[in-house]
Design a protein around this ligand. Structure first.
Ligand code: BEZ
Ligand code: MG
Length: 526
């Protein structure tokens, strides 16, 4: 990547010699081909390379009660200062070092006092330091905040612009995933996105407390009301009941607004649902779905991890079964899987936000579970896949990427980046387990959305399985996980999510056998 960057800089700095330019052009395109980068329009390359270069990545894992290495601490402080230049380096370093996580845990277990602290992302709010305090989220009556409403509306506009950039018309219906913790970190920006798309805003009482929703008049909105199907994590449902009811009120108000179908897609679709399901308008206006009370997750991640699914439609079925509970204005859920399914059939695109540099879509399996599961359910209901987007608000500003672009970026900056995997491998056994998790999540994205490029599997195979030194290192640190990495890559080929060339496939099988042998060497003979 550094070599490519140097070539691009030479090309950009401009030479009048046509032959030299042609030569550079060829070298750049060759280098791009080596790196599985689509060279395309060379003038856009500097921006694309800069995005990879500036991407912040987690370095290793947090060790509870441990102090940060001075070098890691310096890099963390650099990132915090870049995000908020007004902060003071010495103070930040001192607050990082002042953590008393173990002491606080012991006090909590003793049932005594643990001092409070705001929760959230370090780059958004330095007040979360020192760690080892009792996280308090928020004042539930003030979410979404005024700031979050402005930010959410701008982000909703960016999402619409990105979708239409691909030549599509304005979407009539968008399905999104909302998480609780992310809304706490952003004071409700993602909730505000849903409201903005619907053309609604929160209504506050005389004390400034959240009291419900109200519609933004169409002439003020300046575009049609876009229908939104929201699937909430169980954590969101537990943490933010007022906001759950507020979104339900917004879809209800839009449903009964005296507006034409071409200006109000919510009403248009509610009337269609009413006819199809022979139900009342209140039922037809339901757009907020989550688990049954007391249940969490779509379990799509468990199917993928267990490798037990035969047909990808099973993943969609699991998602609908788990998330098919509609939450209306009363806040009491009803099982309406049929309604969820017919609403997803009308969806033009799906998306979820990223809210912290610590968590990407390949780091944990909950993104595949919620967004992947939903995207697969949309594909099944529509009979064709819909674009999947990721709204990245982690590094100041907002960037809307396709899911494919996000996986590309994370694979380059995390999985294939020695800085990332060496940081993980310092943790030994657990580090290999994290690498295994990334491979499983990558396959999960293929299973649910088919948006993973073949080179991703090829390079992961080369780096972690086909490289003999690395394979031996992983097997030494964690025999089970290293064997599973190879098995998972083979599973991807068996499921035809990736079709490598014959040599790669043969090498993978041989490496997998080697890892199995090493693993069995550990099992005592019976
Ligand atoms: C949530 O905050 O809603 C959430 C966090 C992690 C995984 C899933 C959901
Ligand atoms: Mg879980």
């Amino acid at each position: 990547l550094c070599e490519l960057k140097a070539l691009v800089e030479r090309y950009r700095s401009g030479t009048d010699d046509a032959a030299e330019r042609d030569e550079l052009d060829i070298m750049i395109r060759d280098k791009c081909a080596d790196l599985d980068i689509d060279a395309g329009d060379l003038s856009t390359l500097p921006g694309r390379l800069y995005e990879i270069k500036r991407e912040l990545i987690p370095h290793g894992l947090h060790v509870f009660g441990g102090d940060m290495e001075p070098e890691d601490r310096e890099q963390l402080v650099n990132a915090m200062l870049a995000a908020t230049p007004a902060l003071d380096r010495d103070t930040l370093e001192a607050t990082i070092d002042a953590n008393d996580e173990m002491g606080a845990l012991m006090r909590a277990l003793d049932g005594t006092y643990v001092s409070p602290a705001p929760g959230g992302d370090l780059l958004h709010n330095a007040e979360v330091l020192p760690t080892g305090r009792n996280l308090h989220g928020f004042d539930p009556f003030r979410i979404p905040s005024h700031f979050a409403c402005k930010q959410g509306a701008a982000q909703a506009d960016q999402l619409l612009a990105r979708h239409m950039q691909a030549g599509d018309r304005l979407p009539e219906s968008i399905a999104m995933v909302l998480w609780g913790t992310d809304n706490l970190k952003s004071e409700g920006a993602q909730i505000a996105q849903a409201m903005a798309l619907l053309g609604a805003r929160p209504r506050f009482d005389d004390y400034g407390r959240l009291a419900g929703a109200e519609l933004i008049p169409l002439d003020e909105l300046g575009r049609p009301r876009i229908d939104v199907v929201v699937t909430l994590s169980g954590i969101f449902r537990d943490l933010l009941p007022l906001q759950t009811r507020m979104i339900a009120e917004a879809t209800w108000l839009a449903t009964v607004a005296d507006e034409t179908a071409d200006q109000n897609f919510v009403r248009k679709h509610s009337l269609a649902h009413q006819a199809r399901h022979d139900c009342d308008l209140e039922t037809a206006s339901l757009r907020v779905f989550s688990n049954a009370e007391g249940a969490y997750g779509a379990n799509v991640n468990q199917l993928i991890d267990g490798g037990t699914w035969a047909d990808a439609d099973e993943l969609a079925d699991m998602f609908e079964t788990r998330k098919g509970y509609a939450y209306g204005r009363s806040g009491v859920p009803t099982q309406r899987r049929d309604l969820l399914e017919s609403e997803l059939a009308g969806v033009d695109c799906t998306y979820q936000n990223l809210e912290s540099v610590e968590l990407g879509v390949t780091d944990i399996d909950h993104y595949v579970d919620g967004l992947g599961g939903m995207a697969k359910a949309v594909e099944k209901a529509r009979g064709a896949a819909a674009p999947v987007y990721v709204v990245d608000a982690t590094q100041g500003g907002t960037k809307v990427r396709t899911l494919g672009e996000q996986i590309d970026l994370e694979t380059r900056t995390r999985m294939l980046n020695p800085k990332w995997y060496e940081g993980m491998l310092k943790h030994g056994f657990e580090g290999v387990r994290q690498i295994e998790g990334h491979v499983t999540n990558t396959m999960g994205w293929s299973a649910t959305t088919r948006t993973v490029a073949p080179w991703v599997y090829q390079k992961i195979s080369e780096t972690f399985v086909l490289d003999e030194n690395m394979r031996a290192r992983l097997a030494e640190l964690n025999p089970k996980s290293s064997a599973r990495v190879a098995e998972r890559l083979l599973e991807a080929t068996e499921r035809e999510l990736w079709t490598p060339d014959a040599d790669t496939l043969a090498a993978l099988k041989a490496a997998s056998d080697d890892l199995e042998d090493r693993l069995e060497g550990l099992v005592p003979a019976e």
